[in-house]
Design a binder for this molecule. Structure first.
Ligand SMILES: NC(=O)c1ccc[n+]([C@@H]2O[C@H](COP(=O)([O-])OP(=O)(O)OC[C@H]3O[C@@H](n4cnc5c(N)ncnc54)[C@H](O)[C@@H]3O)[C@@H](O)[C@H]2O)c1
Length: 342
């Protein structure tokens, strides 16, 4: 029997996690909670997806709020308040609802672990593989944030360079696909509690017709995992672009030690050879964003654009912000190794 999981929120990230866990026998998604009141629509949106295609083993609605395919049977509920969820027999609750959570309410829930798919400074740990997994305390950490897609991509690269060359300052620009909280055509402003987006006028503009500049919480999210990588050290902003998935980050770093290009190239080549999880991938080919769709590696260094000038290092990173990030959530589920908890 697999580790039993309840997924709260079956949107872009929830469904990517679901599809990756469906083929992993260690885990069993036994319940999905989503405020979408239509169980038929939930099934439809799992079976068919414009970004990643349709699934072979399709789900059907069966009696009593259950959905089923050849391998799984999942209970569907529609509670808005996370503390109303029926958690009997659930080992892990994964929250992908995009709603701000009350940490005290979460701590009271009767499950072994709670995974939050957004950065959360009050979580027990904001865990990024390749950055701070050694700080995970199996016994005492119950609420685990898996940070953001951008921080998951960026922090392993920052840490690798800092270890060898000591970063003294830098700047990043995230080039990010559109997200469900934006508007298709021009509309009213947008707010998003978990993304620290408050009254954002630009996100109320058409996501398909514009490159939209905005602030990004990437560096703040990095600082929740490793404190020194904060906005005093690194400035940031973001450009939202009209593509469905796969983001890029343009990174400029100034280091205490000057470098030559081959040293920086070698840092990433070495890490790729010795890593325990799919984190760093080195790309030398003439690829574009859609070539990285469904890629599980989340710090993809594009060596065509790696530049070194004395103490300045310039990098271009790629990552699939949905599938790649979800695959890290799945790796983290394995890393926290529930069998050793009880
Ligand atoms: N999309 C990305 O690229 C990405 C990457 C990393 C992390 N995240 C984070 O993952 C979370 C979800 O993002 P998303 O892009 O999947 O959003 P989404 O809007 O596609 O999905 C959110 C889902 O949660 C449901 N929901 C809303 N309120 C709920 C509630 N109170 N209880 C239960 N379900 C509720 C919605 O009906 C929807 O199905 C956010 O916190 C986001 O910051 C997103």
């Amino acid at each position: 029997m697999g580790i039993k999981i309840l997924l709260n929120g079956a949107g872009r990230i929830g469904k990517s996690i679901l599809k990756q866990l469906l083929v992993d026998k260690k885990f069993e998604i036994v319940a999905i909670n989503d405020i979408n009141p239509s169980i038929e629509n939930i099934v439809y949106s799992i079976n068919y997806d414009s970004t990643y295609g349709k699934i072979d083993d399709k789900f059907k609605v069966i009696e009593d709020n259950f959905i089923k395919n050849k391998s799984s049977k999942i209970k569907i509920t529609h509670y808005k308040d996370i503390s109303q969820l029926y958690l009997d027999g659930i080992d892990i609750l994964i929250d992908c609802s995009g709603q701000k959570v009350d940490i005290l309410k979460l701590r009271a829930l009767n499950v072994k672990k709670i995974i939050l798919t957004h950065p959360e400074k009050d979580a027990d740990i904001n865990l990024i593989l390749g950055a701070n997994e050694d700080k995970y305390d199996r016994k005492n950490h119950k609420i685990i944030s898996t940070s953001s897609c951008n921080a998951t991509a960026l922090l392993p690269a920052l840490k690798l360079i800092d270890n060898k060359k000591k970063i003294i300052c830098g700047d990043i620009v995230t080039i990010h696909p559109l997200l469900n909280h934006q508007r298709v055509l021009d509309g009213s402003f947008v707010q998003s509690a978990t993304r620290d987006v408050d009254l954002n006028f630009e996100f109320g503009r058409s996501s398909t017709q514009n490159i939209i500049p905005s602030h990004t919480t990437t560096i703040k999210a990095c600082s929740y995992s490793i404190e020194k990588f904060n906005s005093d050290l690194i400035s940031s902003n973001s450009l939202r672009v009209p593509t469905d998935t796969v983001g890029a980050i343009n990174v400029t770093l100034f280091t205490k030690e000057p470098s030559i290009k081959s040293e920086i190239v070698n840092i990433f080549l070495e890490f790729e050879k010795n890593q325990n999880y799919p984190i760093v991938l080195n790309n030398f080919e003439a690829l574009v964003s859609s070539d990285f769709k469904k890629e599980r590696y989340t710090t993809i260094i594009d060596h065509r654009f790696l530049e070194v000038k004395n103490s300045m290092i310039k990098l271009l990173l790629w990552y699939d912000n949905e599938w790649g990030y979800a695959s890290k959530v799945v790796e983290i589920l394995k890393y926290i190794d529930l069998k050793k908890v009880s």
